[in-house]
Ligand binder design. Sequence first.
Ligand code: DGL
Length: 266
Amino acid sequence: MEQSANKNILIFDSGVGGLSVYQEIKALLPQLSYTYIFDNQAYPYGELEQATLIQRVDAMVSSFVDSHHIDLVVIACNTASTIVLPTLRAKLSIPVVGVVPAIKPASSLASKAVGLIATPATVTREYTQDLIRDFSNNKSVEMIGSTRLVDMAEEKLRGQAISLQELAAILDPLQSKVDVAVLGCTHFPLIKEEIQRVLGEEVLLVDSGNAIARRVKELLGINAEGSKRGAHQIYCSAPPWQESALNTTLIQLGFSPVQCRPLQGV
Ligand code: DGL
């Protein structure tokens, strides 16, 4: 048996955004088992009160770690990672990897200015302000915090088309101002193609997915490539809207149909 064949990775987000991170990790480590959980009952996290967010992520992740033999947790949500990691790391005895906006690599690649596209919460978080202060390399950072963009990614994964006109109106503050834009929400790599079309090929789009995948590989100490596993499991905290359209995409991504596990006592 391969050294890593029985490792199980738990990936968490408020919705389908973490699937962009799952795809990066699975491309690097196809031999692992993946359990994906999303808190759609409290979606969108970008508009959720901080204490509620911390309590919900803690409760949902802890209960899955206790019941599913998890080896490593990925909080595949910038909005959650910017506030919840200390709580989880103090509680869990397994590695917890977070996802935060890729300000540092973006700033070193930019010659003009950097755009940060994230949720309304992420752009105002102290964590993000500190990242900008410490790593923006004296480049100016233009920020957009939008829940509508998050909804658009949710819609795309249910087979709906994205209006480029609507997207252009949301991204307008960045037009002709930045040469690098950070996709600071894990939902946004799912609509990267559309964002690229609107901002133009001359704008470089940067996200944290590949760096997270490499970090997971390093933490697990896996060297050998392995063969693909069977279907992975995916759970949500409330019945998802357009469940059958969503399942069509989830099955293509290697999952069994989504199962609902309401969060108890929160
Ligand atoms: N995917 C999430 C992130 O990376 C959160 C989206 C939301 O629920 O607002 O920030």
